[in-house]
Ligand binder design. Sequence first.
Ligand code: ZN
Length: 512
Amino acid sequence: MMMGNMELDWQVCSRARLSRDARFDGKFFIGVVTSRVYCRSICPAPTAKEKNVRYYPSAAAAAEAGFRPCLRCRPECSPGTPAWLGTSNTVSRALRLIDESALDDGGIEGLAERLGVGSRHLRRLFLRHLGATPSAVAHTRRLHFAKKLIDETTLPMNEVALASGFGCVRRFNAAIRKVYHRTPTHIRRLVRQKVVQPENQYLFRLRFRSPYDWQGMLAFLAPRATPGVEAVENGVYRRSISLNGSDGYFEVALDQNDSALVARVQFGDPRSLFFITERIRAMFDLNADWVTIVRALRTDPVLVGPVEARRGLRVPGCWNGFELTTRAILGQQVTVKGATVLAGRLVNTFGRRFSAANGLTHLFPEPEVLAKAKLTSIGLPRARAETIQTLARAVSSGELSFDRIVDSEEFLTQLTQISGIGKWTAQYVAMRALREPDAFPSGDLGLLRALNLKNSRDLEQRADAWRPWRAYAAMYLWHTATEHAAHGSRPLSSTKMSLTRSTSQPGVSVAV
Ligand SMILES: [Zn+2]
C-alpha cells in the first residue's frame, strides 16, 4: 500500500478508484482515455473501464499527457501532495518553494540553484517522483488556482489573471481555453454562486484528507491566541495579516460534510491570494496524510490511546515565522497563559493599530519595530528582551529570513546562534514554522513527564520509533498532558514560574 515513492501501484490505484476512496484524493490522478479528462479518486462520474484508465502521480503529469481537468470532481480542489520523507527531500523542498511562487522569479534555473542541485537533475527528480517537470507542476498550480478563483470568487477576470500569475488577460484566456475548451466567463456561468461576497472578500474551500481533528486544532490555538491579533471563538479561528504593504484578516472554520476548511479572506490586493491560501493550507496542515502518519505512531503502546482519542490530529503551523519565534521566546520559562499575556502587551505597545470588526485590533509588530523597541517596558526580563531584539535585527536586516527556507538544518543552526535561542525553541520553530514533520523538542518538560523519562537523551531514544513523524507524536503527548492537567491527574503546573524569573534553564520549557 505504500505509495510514498510515487511509483504508482496500479492495483492500489484501481481499488481506490473503484471505491472512490477519499484517502487517496490528491495522491494520484486518473486519466480517462475515452473522454481525455483527468479526475480525482473520488470523482462522482460513472466509473470508466479499467482498460480506458491511466494513473498519474500528479495533476501536472496527467495534464502533460494531454488530459483536461474534470469539471465535475475539479482536480484543483483535491488536498495537496502529502510530504514524503525519505523519498526525495529535494522534491519536497522544491514543491514548498513552488507553493511560495519561487518559479515566478528565476524559473527552473533559479529554483535548482536555491536547492543546490543542477537544473537537469531537478528535472529528472521531478519526472521520477511526480511524472512532470518543475515548470509543468508550477503551471498546473497556477491554472488550478485560476480555476478556483473563477469558481469560488466574483473577482473580475483581469484580476484573476494577475492573482494566478498569468501576467496578462490574453495569456490567461488562452491558457484556460486550451485546457478547459471554454472561456473563463463561460466557466463562471456554470457555477451558481449562492452568496454575493462583499468587496475584497473571498471565500475559499480548502480540502483535506479526513479525518481532521478541528477541535484539537482549536484547543491548541485558543490559549495561545495573541490578544488583538488572533481570536478563537465559536469554532472559528481568525487573525489579522499584513503582506506586501496591505493589511487584512482571515477567518477559518470547519465544513465537516465537505472535508474542507472554509477560509474567508478579507484582503485588498488579490495578487496575494495565492500566497495567503497556501499559507493557510500550511498553517492548518491540510496536506497531511493522517492515516499514513499514525501507522508509525500506533506501534508505541503509549500513543495508541491518544491516537484513538484524537483522530485526525494535525501539527499547527503558523502565519509568520518571525511572529512564532518571538512568541516562543516570550514563552520561555513561563506558562502558556503567561506567554499570551506578554504577547498581548507586546502587540498593544508596539503593534500597528488595525480596525476590523470582530475583535481584531492590531497587527503583529514588524521586526523593524521590535529591533528598536524598549522591550523591557512590557515587563520582559532583560535577557528575553535582548534575544527578541537580536532576532528582530537579524530578520529586519535580511541576515535571517523565514521565507523560502531551503535547508532547515542550516536555518536552525543560524537561529540557535542567537543567544537565548536553544535547542528546544529551534525544534519548536521547526515544527510550527518550517513544517518539519520530524521536528522534536526532546528537552520539553511536558513530553518528559508524559513518558516518565528523566532526560532528553532517553526521550530521543524512545522517539526514534516515531520517525519520520515525531512532531505528530509530540502533539499527541501535549494534548494528553493538557487533558490530564485539566482533570487534575498529572499536573504540569509544577513547571509554572513567575513572569519575571530570569534564570535561564535550557530544557525546561512547555509548549508555548
Ligand atoms: Zn472527475
